[in-house]
Each structure stands twice: as structure tokens, then as C-alpha cells.
Write a protein that binds this ligand. Structure first.
Ligand code: IMP
Ligand code: MG
Length: 183
């Protein structure tokens, strides 16, 4: 049973419909964490959370990984406050860790056009990691503009704008525990 720290009624608005419940998210993360933990057992992988949206997913995912792992964060921008990727991506916060020779997993909240992940994989591969993979909580497969490899996908979803569990609408609603569609 999941204990709610607070009632979230006040921030779940009438035009939001539940897409993926907190329980389903946690069940899927347990599977993903187990898969990553088994694959990288004893290899000390480094998971790179993509800010801001990826921080909740990263925080929960690592607690389902049953081997030592490290984390770092990178922040990129492409959207501003818009709902569509402009494709013009900037690094707002670079990596801190040295990933040369390391097993790296990029941890994204959502793969939409695929442009962000494509940019990140190109940039990070230049540092010479031993392996480079991507984990995303959500993927809007229909919207892909570029074909990027994503080794771990939590849920494939329809082409709808979603919020909660790290994902924002104009910077708010990241604190919702489930994922909702904005109708
Ligand atoms: P991409 O470069 O088009 O794949 O976009 C990736 C980024 O856009 C994600 O990491 C999110 O930050 C943002 N994004 C895409 N779709 C949504 C959505 O439905 N809700 C909130 N953010 C989204
Ligand atoms: Mg993102």
C-alpha cells in the first residue's frame, strides 16, 4: 500500500484525466530497475538524469536497482514554455562527472520528437563511455521525428500532453504522484 503524504485533490484539476496511476508507475519501475540492476551488476553504472523532468523518475528508479550505481544530472532546454520541441537545444547545466569508460544510462521523463535524446546521445558519446543507453518513463512513439535507440521504456503513450510525476505544464504539476492527460 502506498501512503499518501498529502491529499493532492487541490492540484488535480477538472480537465486532467488519469493516465497512469502511482501504483502502475511503481510496478513498472520495479521491473525496469531489476532489468538494469541485473545487466549492470557490479559494473557501477552512472545514471544521468535529464533536468528538470527526469528527476522524479531517476530518484525512484535507482531505488529499484540492486547494485551500486552513481548519478549525475544534465540540463538541456528546447521547449521553453511551449508544448512542441523547437529542435534548438542548449545545454543549460553540463555534466559534472567524467563518463569516459563508464556505463552510462540517460534517464529521461519522456521521448517525444526524439530530438533531445538524439542530441544527448551524440554529445555524450564524444566523452568515450564504455556503453551508452537510454531509459525513458514515457514515449510518444507516433510523434518521433528521429529514430533514436531507447533501451528501457516505461510506457508507450498516445500523442497527448501529459503532466505529473516530474512532467510539467508551464513549470507546475511536477509534484503529482500519478500521470495525467491535459484535456
Ligand atoms: P523531444 O526532444 O521532443 O523528444 O522532447 C523531450 C522533452 O520534451 C521531454 O524531456 C519533456 O521535457 C518535454 N515534453 C515532451 N512531451 C511532453 C508532455 O507531454 N508533457 C510534458 N513535457 C513534455
Ligand atoms: Mg525532459
Amino acid at each position: 500500500m502506498i501512503h499518501k503524504a498529502v491529499s493532492q485533490d487541490g492540484i488535480v484539476e477538472a480537465n486532467y484525466s488519469l493516465l497512469i496511476s502511482e501504483e502502475r508507475i511503481q510496478d513498472r519501475l520495479a521491473e525496469m530497475g531489476r532489468e538494469i540492476g541485473e545487466k549492470f551488476n557490479g559494473k557501477n553504472p552512472i545514471l544521468i538524469g535529464v533536468l528538470n523532468g527526469g528527476f522524479v523518475f531517476l530518484a525512484d528508479l535507482i531505488r529499484y536497482i540492486d547494485t551500486d550505481c552513481e548519478i549525475d544530472f544534465i540540463r538541456i532546454s528546447s521547449y521553453g514554455n511551449e508544448k512542441e520541441s523547437s529542435g534548438h537545444i542548449k545545454v543549460l547545466k553540463p555534466l559534472s562527472a567524467d563518463i569516459k569508460g563508464r556505463h552510462v544510462i540517460v534517464v529521461e521523463d519522456i521521448v517525444d520528437s526524439g530530438l533531445s535524446v538524439q542530441f544527448l546521445l551524440q554529445m555524450l558519446s564524444a566523452f568515450g563511455p564504455a556503453s551508452l543507453e537510454t531509459a525513458t518513463l514515457l514515449r510518444k512513439k507516433m510523434r518521433a521525428k528521429v529514430d533514436v535507440p531507447v533501451e528501457y521504456v516505461g510506457f508507450d503513450i498516445e500523442d497527448k500532453f501529459v503532466i505529473g510525476y516530474g512532467l510539467d505544464e508551464n513549470q507546475v504539476k511536477r509534484n503529482l504522484r500519478s500521470i495525467y492527460v491535459v484535456e
